[in-house]
Every structure is written in C-alpha cells, then in structure tokens.
Design a protein around this ligand. Structure first.
Ligand code: FAD
Ligand code: NAD
Length: 395
C-alpha cells in the first residue's frame, strides 16, 4: 500500500516539536512527512519582546529550520498556506497544493482586536520576526523625528495595550531601552512616557496578586505608568481613546490585548471559539480523525472545565502526544490522551528582574530572572541540542 503522507502546517513550538518527534521515531518508509512554514526559520516567540524593544537582536530569536530538522527524513516547504480543504484532503499554498492523509495544524495565533476600531489599522503587534523588526525601527524613528519637531512630545509617548504577560514583558524591555535611546538621540529622559493600559481590574489577571504587585512596582520604578481597569476603546493614527473618555496622544500603540486562532480554521469550516478548535482528548479535531490541532490554534479544557491559556509550554507538550498519536494511528495502535502538566510560569520584567511560580513556589527578582534564562536555554536544548544553546543562548 501507499506510504501515508503527513503534512505539518507551521513550524512554531507545536509544529517543530512534532516534526522532531516524528523524525526520531518513524521507521524508514513508514510515512512521508512534509513541514510547511511561511519563513525558512523558526522563531522563538517567547523572546520576541526583546528584539521588539531593541534590547536584543532579531537574529537571536530565530533559527534556520533546515538546521533543526533532518532533511533526509522531513521535507521542508517554505510557503504560506492559504486554504485548508478537508473535503479533498488538500492544502492550498501560495504556490501549488499539497495532499495529505494526516494533517497537523500548528499555525499559531493572530492578534485579537475584539473589533475595537482602529486597532487593526494603527496598532503594532509582537508576532513575528518581521513585526518586531518593524516595532524596533518605528520606535527609533520616533526619536529621530522628535529631533526635527521638538514641540511634538507625543512622539516620545509609547502605549502598550493590554497588561497580560506579553504586555508586561514588553514594557519591561521598553523601559530598559529608553535610557540608551535618549542618550543616542540627545533626548531628555523626562520627556519619555510609557503607558501600559489594562481593561481588567488588575494587571496579569488571574495571576498571584503578590507577584503582580511586585511586578508593577519594579516596572513603575523603571518609568512605566499603569492605567488599570481602563479599556482602550479606539485607536487612531494620533493615539488612543480610553473607555473613560480620556485621550492619550502617541504615534506608537503596541497591542498586546490577546490572541485568537488562525483565520484559515474558520474559513475551512471547523467549529471555532475565538478562531480556535476545541480538540478531543487525543488532540484531534472533532469529526476529523486524521487532523490534529496544536498550540494557539487549539483549545484544551482543564479538568475544571476552563480553557488553558495558550502557551509555548502547552504547545510543546501537545506536540509530544501528537507525534506519538500519529505514529500509533499509522501502526494501528491505541491513541494516548493528552494531559497538560503545567510546570509553572515565569515572566521577565526586563534586565535582572522577573516573577514566577514554579511548582507551588513563588519566585521573584534575580532568582526568577535566572530561572527564566534556564527555561529559555532548556528550550534551545530540546530543539537544537548544545550547539544551538551556545549559538543563541543568552547567559
Ligand atoms: P507559533 O509558535 O506562533 O508558530 C506558528 C508558526 O506558523 C510560525 O512559524 C508561523 O510563521 C507559521 N505560520 C503562520 N501562518 C502560516 C501560514 N499561513 N502558512 C505557513 N506558515 C504559517 N509561552 C510560554 O509558554 N512561555 C513564555 O515565556 C512565553 N512568552 C511569550 C512572549 C511573547 C512576547 C509572546 C508573544 C508569546 C509568549 N508565549 C509564551 C506564548 C507562546 O509564544 C505561544 O503560545 C506559542 O508560540 C504558540 O505556539 P504555536 O506552535 O501554536 O505557534
Ligand atoms: P492575554 O490574553 O493573556 O492578555 C491580554 C490582556 O489585555 C488581558 O489582561 C486583557 O484584559 C487585556 N485587554 C483586552 N482588551 C483590552 C482593552 N480593550 N484595553 C485594555 N486592555 C485590554 O494575551 P498575551 O499577554 O499576549 O498572552 C497570550 C498567551 O501567551 C497567554 O496564554 C500568556 O500566558 C502567554 N504568554 C506567556 C508568557 C510567559 O509565560 N512568560 C509571556 C507572554 C505570553
């Protein structure tokens, strides 16, 4: 019989770890595996707040895909998928089509703007290498522009919408970058303003209140102004309007207000919630016994019946089970149930500072910052071994 074809869409945390697992465990000629990704590199999304603020180089947040996978075992196709056709088991790419017997969807998320007017058009997002290079250049440009038009102090106001983990990690880096930019462009640091605006009654809603308090104090001391329990209602080229009616003028709005699943899932006719597919226990899409969905494209419910937050951590754990289940399915064996084992959460607050919960322990400050580095290095080790740790690691 014909060799089954597995297509993996997206080489993010879910896609790359699935590919690595398959290349390790599939026997010769057991399946043809094709990995499709928009770029020829994998990006380390969990580092993107740094190149976005300009505190690290974009190249440190990406790895060439052909350096990670064995091209004798996995075909890599650099292309953008535009349509998933479950009816005839085909993927339409920007150039050509691919047929699959088994599909893995790991396309990641997209910014969720909740229909707030102007956000799509005028706000920037921390999503990819290209988007963070843009943010970094844009910020530098505002400093340069201010020198030509010194009355326009709003050019030195930076607004970050949403104080979830992405917003909090980004304002930490942004605050660290400001002294350097002020020096480079001869700008009075007192003119720079960083606002982090959050709709919920607290920053990092749902996280440990004591650690949230600690994080906010660290960030305030670096010059961040919080506006909590204040929703952004509209974004224009000139700034934002808040639910309170207040307007803040700024040429830079970075939206970190949430993520949804890839738009292609809805278009393909899957039932979705905020663009995501609620997967079965074995990670397959309901009604499709040959389609696995991972990471930010999927929803996994906790035993308490709440969706787990979409993270790199859960994506990688899903990928291990997805790889296992694909091989089992091809061999006619039983599939495993996915059970998420949260290891904790550690978030950076910029140089030398972080907060986190590891197991049941709360950590903060230098200890948490060191832990964050270890987590980052561990990931590099999982996907690329010691050589990648030495090449891309920040020690
Ligand atoms: P992604 O990693 O987003 O990868 C999707 C891939 O698909 C990309 O390579 C993309 O180029 C590709 N792709 C997209 N569309 C197409 C297309 N049409 N055709 C072909 N390819 C396509 N989580 C944690 O657990 N810990 C953290 O510390 C952490 N820090 C974060 C920091 C920041 C700044 C951000 C933004 C997120 C952070 N997260 C963290 C969340 C985490 O990054 C995401 O949950 C995770 O990246 C989701 O993985 P994924 O495999 O679903 O997709
Ligand atoms: P998120 O959904 O977790 O946070 C978005 C925040 O924006 C929320 O607090 C929300 O209340 C706020 N918001 C929504 N609408 C708003 C409005 N109109 N005005 C003001 N604020 C508004 O999104 P995220 O921070 O991008 O995180 C996405 C996922 O990635 C999460 O699961 C998160 O846990 C994960 N992540 C983890 C880490 C880490 O572990 N270090 C870092 C970054 C992201």
């Amino acid at each position: 019989s014909r060799i089954p074809r597995i297509v993996i869409l997206g080489a993010g945390y879910g896609g790359i770890v699935t590919a690595l697992r398959l290349q390790k465990q599939l026997n010769y000629n057991e399946a043809d595996v094709t990995l499709v990704n928009k770029h020829d590199y994998h990006y380390i999304t969990t580092h993107l707040h740094m190149p976005a603020a300009g505190t690290d180089k974009p190249d440190n947040a990406r790895v060439s895909i052909t350096k990670l996978i064995d091209e004798f075992k996995i075909d890599f196709v650099k292309s953008t998928a535009v349509q998933i056709r479950t009816q005839d088991q085909k993927i339409v790419l920007e150039e050509g089509t691919l047929s699959y017997d088994y599909l893995v969807i790991g396309l990641g998320g997209e910014p969720e703007t909740f229909g707030i007017p102007g956000l799509k058009e005028h706000a920037l997002n921390i999503r990819s290498i290209n988007s963070v290079r843009y943010i970094r250049e844009h910020i530098e440009y505002q400093f340069a522009k201010f020198k030509r038009e010194p009355s326009r102090t709003e050019l030195l106001t930076f607004i970050v919408g949403g104080a979830g983990f992405t917003g909090i990690e980004f304002v930490g880096e942004l605050a660290d970058r400001m002294p350097e930019l002020c020096k480079e462009f001869d700008v009075d640091p007192a003119l720079v303003k960083i606002y982090n605006i959050e709709a919920a009654p607290t920053a990092l809603p749902g996280f440990d209140p004591e650690l949230v308090e600690y994080a906010m104090n660290v960030l305030r001391n670096k010059g961040v102004t919080f506006k909590i329990a204040t929703a952004i209602k509209e974004c224009t080229p000139d700034g934002v309007t808040l639910a309170t009616g207040e307007e803040i003028k700024s040429a830079t709005v970075i939206w970190t207000g949430g993520v949804r699943g890839n738009h292609m899932l809805e278009e393909a006719g899957f039932e979705t919630m905020r663009g995501r597919i609620k997967v079965e226990d074995d990670l397959r899409a309901p009604g499709h016994d040959n389609i696995y969905v991972l990471g930010d494209c999927s929803i996994v419910m906790s035993p308490e019946g709440r969706p787990y937050p979409p993270t790199a951590q859960i994506s990688m754990q899903q990928a291990e089970v997805c790889g296992h289940n694909l091989i089992s399915q091809i061999r006619g064996a039983d599939l495993k149930k996915f059970e998420y084992k949260p290891k904790g959460t550690v978030a950076s607050l910029g140089r030398g500072e972080a907060i986190g919960i590891v197991g049941s322990r709360k950590i903060k400050g230098g200890v948490a910052s060191a832990m964050k580095k270890i987590i980052d290095l561990r990931y590099l080790y999982i996907i690329g071994g010691i050589p990648l740790v030495l090449k891309k690691g920040r020690f």
